[in-house]
Structure formats: C-alpha cells, structure tokens
Design a binder for this molecule. Structure first.
Ligand code: NCD
Ligand code: ZN
Length: 352
C-alpha cells in the first residue's frame, strides 16, 4: 500500500547548533519542505541577525539535492523590544516569536518571567501579524506537573488572547483534553501543534519496566484519556490542529543521567510515526490536511507544491544515531515501524 501526500512541514522542531546540525537536519530535510526552528539555543536566538546567521548554518547542513527551508523564530525575553519585532517581521525570514516561561523546559532559563512585561512587544506582534508560539506550562512548583498546561491556559492564555484579539497564537505541543477544548473553542487566531509522541504514547511509557528517560519530554506525556483527545483533534479535520514534531535531540549521556533532560527525538521517522497514529485511528485520509495543509494555511504561507510517498513496509529503527561525539537514542529505538517514506534518489554529488 502507498500513500502520497502534498509534502508536509514540521511546525515545531529543535535542530540545535554546530556539529549536531549535521546529524539531525538531514532527517527532517528528507521528509519536510519547511520547519519552524525553535530558538532555544544556548545562548538563545533573540535577534533577527542571530536568526539569519543560524538559518545559514542550518542550510549548510541540508544534504545536496534536497530543498528544505528553515523558518526562523525569535526567543522572547523580558528584554525584547518593539523594534526587535519590527526588524524580525520586515526580514520576512523570521516567521514567529516563541514564548518560554522561564524555567519551564530545556534551555528556557532566559525566558519570560512575567507575561505582562511583554505586552508592548505583543502589541507590536499583533500589529505586524507575527504569530506568538507558546510553551503553555506554568512553572509554579505548587502546581502538579501533569496540570501545568491547563493552569497556564486559564491563568495566562485566556487573558492573553482576550487582550490581543488579533494576535495569532499557537499553543505548541498541546497535550491535554483541556488544551484541545480551549483551542477548539477559541477564535480562529488560535491554533495548536500536536507531536507524534503525544499521539502514540501515554504516560505509562515513561515507567514501562523501569524509568525510561527516552520517553521523557515536556510537556510530559499524559494519561490515556488525554492521548485520545489529542488523536480525536488531530484526525477531526479541524484546521486549528496541525503537525509539530517537537523532535528534540539530546545525547545519550544527557538523557541517561541522574537529572535526565526533557526531549524526545522523532525526526528520524516523524511522518511515519504520524502515519501510524492516523492509521491506528482509522483516519489515514485525514493525514494530509493535518501534515501538509493546515499549517501553511494558518501561517499564511503557500502549501508545498511537491509531494511525498509513504509505503507500508516494515523497517527497524536503529538503536542510535551519532550526535556530537556521542549518540542519540531515537524514539522506538530497535523497534519495528510499519510505514516508511519512499526516498527519491538524491542528486548525484557533483564531481570536479
Ligand atoms: C525541548 C528541548 O529539548 O529543547 N524539550 C522537550 O522536552 N520538548 C524543549 C521544549 O520544546 O519544551
Ligand atoms: Zn519544543
């Protein structure tokens, strides 16, 4: 069996920097036409100049013969100014601004400590039509880690969209029934990305036979009823929900540690994992809208003009990939997946 789709895009992706880029960018570039690149480098990407330089480094890591466009984002801090936003939107290469509550996740220490400090910037983004991408979790230690998304929505996101009714907002990697309900009921300016791992796994995956660091990400996996709500949203045909893998590479040592960091790597098989989730839900016919149409429509960008073909063929995920002098353990390492992207042969490297 084969399935041909308009080429998809990944609307939430971490590719890191330096030699890690060369290790992970090819995985994404072989499947997706474009990807929204998260700015949580160390130090973070806070200016247009940094974003454009980072874009060049990413492009240099794209294998020859492949066309892949990184869509850049800025990391919002308490110090971001309205001028930074105007520069970003006039560049045409910065597509959005990412809000990390300080301390919410990996490399978020430079994030926003108080959203009201960013109001002038959000007003400029609203006027310029630059979307705000939100890591929607409170950092309040009093709030149970499994409730942090829904508390963020009621404490911060609902007031924010009421205050900035024209600002386009993406609730990144939505993980809960409450998140799905909020986005579904919100105005058309509000959308959400959904990861493949939150569609395929519930929180039991983190404790299967012992502590499983490679199943730990933020927002953390939730209980089965939430996974079902996400699957229903992704396969519903509602254009507010689209693909964002949140593939987040870390070395094995950083994951298998006494303080293992958050992040699941899925770029090696991103589209295949979504295809599995949609097939399991009996909704393969909805995959193209979710993966290839609704994202560009929300961002006001054209849909990709070429296509990609998936075939039903078993293959085994490698135990690891090389990463920065160490290794990277991908999701479902060593296990069998049932869908595979049919690779077009790459253009032959030019000989001198
Ligand atoms: C991401 C990372 O490693 O950069 N980790 C994760 O668990 N998703 C950060 C993020 O998107 O929260
Ligand atoms: Zn992320």
């Amino acid at each position: 069996m084969e399935l041909t789709l308009t080429r998809p895009d990944d609307w939430h992706l971490h590719v890191r920097d330096a030699d890690a880029l060369a290790a992970v960018v090819p995985h994404t570039a072989q499947q997706f036409g474009r990807a929204i690149i998260m700015p949580n480098l160390q130090p973070p990407v806070t200016t247009t100049k940094q974003a454009l330089a980072y874009r060049e480094r990413i492009l240099a890591a794209v294998p020859e013969g492949i066309r892949f466009t990184p869509l850049m984002t800025l990391y919002l801090t308490n110090q971001t100014t309205a001028d930074d936003i105007i520069e970003a939107s006039t560049s045409k290469r910065v597509q959005a601004v990412k809000l990390y509550p300080a301390g919410a996740t990996t490399h978020s220490a430079a994030g926003v400590t108080d959203i009201s400090k960013t109001y002038a910037v959000l007003e400029t983004m609203e006027a310029q039509g630059l979307p705000l991408l939100v890591h929607a979790e409170v950092t309040d230690p009093q709030v149970d880690v499994f409730d942090r998304e829904q508390v963020f929505i009621s404490r911060h996101l609902e007031p924010l969209i009421a205050r900035f009714p024209k600002l386009r907002v993406v609730l990144e990697h939505v993980t809960t029934r409450e998140g799905v309900q909020f986005v579904s009921g919100a105005p058309a300016t509000v959308a959400a990305t959904i990861t493949a791992h939150h569609l395929l796994l519930n929180r039991n995956a983190m404790f299967r036979g012992g502590l499983q660091p490679h199943a730990y990400c933020l927002p953390v996996l939730k209980r089965e009823s939430h996974r079902e709500a996400l699957l229903t949203a992704a396969t519903s045909g509602n254009s507010k929900f689209f693909l964002g893998s949140d593939s987040a590479p870390h070395t094995r040592e950083r994951k298998e540690s006494t303080c293992g960091c958050a992040g699941i790597y899925t770029a090696h098989a991103a589209l295949e994992l979504y295809a599995q989730a949609f097939e399991d839900a009996g909704a393969l016919d909805r995959l193209e809208d979710f993966a290839s149409h609704f994202g560009p429509d929300f961002y006001g960008l054209p849909r990709n003009a070429d296509s990609i073909t998936l075939e039903k063929q078993d293959w085994q995920v490698p135990d690891s990939y090389p990463l920065s002098g160490s290794s990277l353990v991908p999701l479902f390492a060593g296990e069998t997946l049932h869908w595979r992207v049919k690779q077009k042969p790459l253009a032959r490297p030019q000989t001198l």
